[in-house]
Design a protein around this ligand. Structure first.
Ligand code: IPM
Ligand code: MG
Length: 363
């Protein structure tokens, strides 16, 4: 009997629907070639959710996400919704999905594709062979801490507050994920904190060190976040796995992505304790280039690969998809964001077609 999986597809806003369309093309090929049954359900999220149901994360969308074997998300946000109430902004949908699905571990691989080395703003010798996995805590920290908000004081001036908070169990579980991931890689973890200033991340350092006692085959180092930002451009190849808090992970993963040439290349997986999981490109909705068929669909396509690896236990599909992307790049095909001299510039749809064609041959 063929395996069956339910996938909730949330295209979202901006270039989201365009890159998702290409990823769905790829899903259909995998379904046929691997003799699977993939049930795709589409639902509105972000600005699209707000337009359709008055909320960035409509109830039906959340239910569809909760009942799925995996969620594939495009991107959310755009200038149209920048002025509406904070609680209704498209970005709240992402945070809502992460917390209600319990997706506390965000895996963001920053791996360089050899044909793209020239697209990196750093020198070849600095980035060649680069392969970093950022493990970002995703449901805690300053993103969710209370109290939060902006209040007006007696003298009429305002005061804005956010709170950085982590409990020991929250730190323990993300540390375990990082050590487990490192165990299947180069067995080297850097835990990033600001323990010299922030007590909360002092606790982070203590707990990560404690968890490490169960992982003696893994090397653990601690690094302050400012130093890490500097080391990422000075000598990024010293890193294998980086584990860090929600906000530091947000920032450092954008930085790590650019080492690989373009943020348009990087996929991500958000995982929890149970089956719930969400896969999305780490780039945003890029409203400035939406609807022009010039977005790079590769990060979303690679997110599909991660889905097969982490949710469906079909790691081989991911391996082949990564190779196919590498081959298409080696043939010279480039979207605008990764264009370099001698490249053959193609649009979003054509790039999806190139990957599809190559996947037909190789899967
Ligand atoms: C990301 C994004 C989100 C985040 C925003 C859009 C809420 O930047 O996934 O990295 O900050 O987590
Ligand atoms: Mg971000």
């Amino acid at each position: 009997m063929s395996q069956e999986f339910n996938i909730t597809v949330l295209p979202g806003d901006g270039i989201g629907p365009e890159v998702i369309r290409e990823a769905v093309k790829i899903l259909k090929i995998i379904e046929r070639k691997k003799n699977l049954k993939l049930n795709l359900t589409e639902a509105p999220v972000g600005g699209a959710g707000y337009e359709a149901a008055g909320h960035p994360l409509p109830d039906d969308t959340l239910k569809a996400a909760q009942s799925a074997d995996a969620v594939l998300l495009g991107a959310v946000g755009g200038p149209k919704w920048e002025t509406i109430d904070f609680s209704l902004r498209p970005e709240r949908a992402l945070l809502g999905l992460r917390s209600s699905l319990g997706l506390f571990a965000n895996l963001r691989p920053a791996k360089i594709f050899a044909p793209l080395i020239e697209a990196s703003t750093l020198k070849r010798e600095v980035v060649e062979g680069l392969d970093i996995m950022v493990v970002r805590e995703l449901t805690g920290g300053i993103y969710f801490g209370e109290p939060r908000g902006v209040e007006t004081l007696a003298d009429g001036t305002r005061r804005g507050v956010n709170t950085l908070v982590y409990t020991e169990p929250e730190i323990e579980r993300i540390a375990k994920v990082a050590f487990d991931v490192a165990g299947k890689r180069n067995k080297n973890v850097f835990s990033i904190d600001k323990a010299n200033v922030l007590e909360c991340t002092g606790l982070w350092r203590e707990v990560v060190t404690k968890v490490h006692a169960d992982y003696q085959d893994i090397t653990l180092s601690h690094m302050y976040v400012d130093n890490c930002a500097m080391q990422l451009v000075r000598n990024p190849k010293q890193f294998d796995v980086i584990v860090t808090t929600n906000m530091f992970g947000d920032i450092l993963s954008d930085q790590a992505s650019m080492l690989t040439g373009s943020i348009g290349m990087l996929p991500s997986a958000s995982l929890g304790d149970g089956k719930a999981a969400m896969y999305e490109p780490i780039h945003g909705s890029a409203p400035d280039i939406a609807g022009q068929d010039i977005a790079n669909p590769l990060a979303t396509i690679l997110s599909v690969g991660m889905m097969f690896k982490y949710s469906f236990n079909l790691e081989g599909v991911n391996t082949i998809l990564e190779k196919v992307v590498d081959d298409v790049l080696a043939q010279g095909y480039r979207t605008g964001d990764i264009m370099s001299k001698g490249g053959k510039q193609v649009g979003c749809i054509a790039m999806g077609d190139r990957v599809a064609e190559e996947l037909e041959k190789q899967l």
